[in-house]
Structures are given as C-alpha cells and as structure tokens.
Design a binder for this molecule. Structure first.
Ligand code: FA5
Length: 342
C-alpha cells in the first residue's frame, strides 16, 4: 500500500470516528489514537524509513501536511465540545438572582429539654448529683430489685416492652435506684434523669415514650417529713408558690408509705379539660420512703439507714408550664409548634 492510500484510509477512519463523538473526552481520546506517540500517524513513519532518498522529502511533506490537517481538525472539535459542555453546565447550575433568599432559622432547645434542664438545675443546687441508668435493662433492675415479685400484680401497672435475651425497655427511672444503691454505700443523694417506655395507649397526657427524673436520698435517719419538705421546696421553686399542689397517699411496691403529687391544671385553670381528665388536676410524680426490702436487696441495713425516693414526669410538667393541651404535640416535631418556645 502506498503512503497516499494509507493517508486516504486514515482520513476516512477519522471522519467515521468524528461522527461518533459524544464528548470533549472522546475528542481527546481520538487525538491520542491518531497523534499519540504510538498513534496511527506515527505508524506512517514506516513509509519514510522504507523509501529511497529521492522520495523521502516529498513523502515527509505529505505526512506532515496530513498531520497538520488532523491536528487542526481535532483542535476545532475539541474547542467546540468544550464550549458546548461549559454552556450545558451553566444551564444546569443556573441561579436565578431574582429569587428571594432562603431564611435561616436559629436552633433552640426542645421544651422537654428546657424543662429537664430547669428541674436538674434546681435539684443540683439542693445538693443532689446526677447519675445515669440504662434505658435497656433487665427484669431484675426494673422490677425484682424494686420489690416486685415475679407474679406481683403491680407489674401490670406498667405495661412493658420486652426485648429478647431477658432484656426490656425500662418502664421508669427507678431502675437507677437499684444500680446506684448496689454500687454506692450511703449516704447517697442522687438524681437520675432519663427516657422511659411503656406499652400503653397514647392519650393527651400519656405516651409510650417519656422522660422522668428520679431522685433518692439514703442516709441515717432520713424521714417522711424530709421527703415532704424536699418535695414542697422543690415544687415551689419550680412552679412558684402560687401554684396549687396536692399530696395524695398512693401505692408503689418499692416504697412505704407512698404518695403522688398533683398540680393544678394550667391548661384549663382548674375548669377541667382533656389533659386533666376534667378534674382540674394533673399527676406529676410518685414518691415515698424506700421500702426496707429494696435496701436489703442492695445490701444496705434498713435498721441503720432509711431513704426517700421520687419519680417525676417531665412531659407532664412541660404541658403544665406552657398550657399545652396534648402530650403528642411534644413529639410531632412540627416547627410551627416548636418555634413558639423561646
Ligand atoms: C413511677 O414511674 C414510679 N417509678 C415513681 C416513683 C419513684 C414512686 C420513686 C416512688 C418512688 P408512675 O408510673 O406514677 O410512677 O410515673 C411517675 C410519673 O411519670 C407520673 O406522675 C407522670 O408524670 C409520668 N408518667 C408516667 N407514665 C407516663 C406516660 N405514659 N406518659 C407520660 N408521662 C408519664
């Protein structure tokens, strides 16, 4: 084959390949294929080597001019593809400067978190220190160590989410009492905030997921009067002295005697509403003197030590504080609702 025939062949290959180009990168790949060190044009040098001295200058000229032709052609293609790609990128990323700017919102604490912090601040100032117990725990810490025997009817008071391998989601923060009393010798004066879970019907005042703050104090000669005085002082600091509270006797297997505290419903101002079940009052905490069996299970001598404990619901306090009529509003994450809390 003569050099002219080979050049003609390469010219038609090039025009075929140009018809298949889809991008700037394709052009550059074609450039390497034709003009690269081991490219198709480099192969033409074989014709030069094999030619006699009188044909060589003419052949050199032909090869050179074909090389320039290919280079020029590829250069034009490459700049036109580059321009095409740039303009489609601009189109894709087009910004409309007439659009109004996006408003940015400052984050703020969730009302439950704010209430939790307020409660803890007061209790810390009263000499309590924070301990955390596990959300996932065993039957022993949630029930048995708190004087609930396996078939104790009071277990039904707290419907439980059971997990596998003997674990459960704690139904109250009282599990922390058992953990702490087992591992710390008295005196202990602890508050234990945390999440609780109960497999019960959701209503305007009860949810399957809520927060409690447990508090307990064990020492020589801790009395029921100490419990009442502590609760009274704490609630006055939290709610103000004008907010009415009432203490009622109640039953929990892990205290004796036990009580519950109700607060006047601020959602309806005692008129009666869905939140307070038309009673004008909302129960916010259970409390009592720690049962001797609980102390014994933690290897604390109930003859030498006594203690009190309480468990306070944070959601109910938050509802009362802001007059929110339904606990579900606290977990719906509706920004129109949440942005009302400074
Ligand atoms: C208890 O959970 C006891 N562990 C409290 C306790 C601790 C008593 C130490 C004695 C000594 P109770 O189930 O009543 O008790 O719950 C205490 C508070 O948690 C309630 O007053 C309420 O404020 C809150 N609470 C309970 N269940 C729910 C629920 N489903 N949704 C929202 N808050 C709840």
């Amino acid at each position: 084959m003569s050099v002219d025939q080979r050049i003609e062949q390469l010219r038609s290959t090039l025009s075929l390949e140009v018809g298949r180009l889809t991008s700037y990168d394709d052009v550059e790949a074609l450039r390497v294929r034709f003009l690269g060190k081991k490219g198709l044009l480099a192969e033409l040098m074989v014709f030069l080597k094999e030619s006699g001295p009188e044909q060589r200058p003419l052949m050199g000229e032909k090869i050179n001019s074909f090389k320039q032709e290919v280079t020029g052609h590829l250069d034009r293609l490459s700049s036109s593809w580059k321009a095409k790609e740039r303009s489609s990128l601009l189109e894709k990323e087009a910004v409309d400067p007439t659009l109004p700017g996006r408003q940015s919102y400052l984050g703020r604490a969730h009302p439950i978190q704010s209430m939790l912090q307020t409660v803890l601040d007061i209790l810390i100032s009263m000499g309590f220190s924070i301990q955390l117990g596990p959300d996932v725990d065993t039957d022993y810490y949630n029930f048995e160590g708190l004087n609930f025997s396996p078939d104790h009817p009071a277990r039904d008071m707290q419907d439980t989410f059971y997990l596998n391998q003997g674990f459960l989601l704690r139904t109250h923060t009282s599990n922390t009492q058992v953990h702490v009393l087992k591992s710390h010798a008295p005196p202990v004066r602890v508050v234990a905030p945390g999440r609780c879970f109960r497999n019960e019907d959701i209503s305007s005042r009860s949810h399957v997921f809520f927060h409690q703050v447990e508090g307990f104090y064990v020492d020589h000669k801790v009395s029921f009067a100490d419990l009442l005085g502590t609760m009274d002082y704490f609630l006055k600091r939290l709610l103000g002295s004008e907010t009415k509270t009432r203490f009622r006797p109640s039953y929990f297997p892990f205290v004796e005697p036990g009580l519950e505290v109700d607060v006047m419903c601020r959602a309806c101002h005692e008129k009666g509403c869905r939140l307070c079940k038309q009673t004008g009052w909302l129960e916010i905490l259970g409390a009592g003197m720690i049962h001797p069996s609980v102390l014994l299970a933690a290897k604390i001598d109930p003859e030498a030590y006594t203690g009190y404990a309480w468990g306070l619901g944070i959601e109910r306090l938050t509802l009362l504080e802001h007059g929110i009529p339904d606990i579900r509003m606290l977990t719906e994450n509706d920004l129109r609702f949440l942005s009302q809390f400074p």
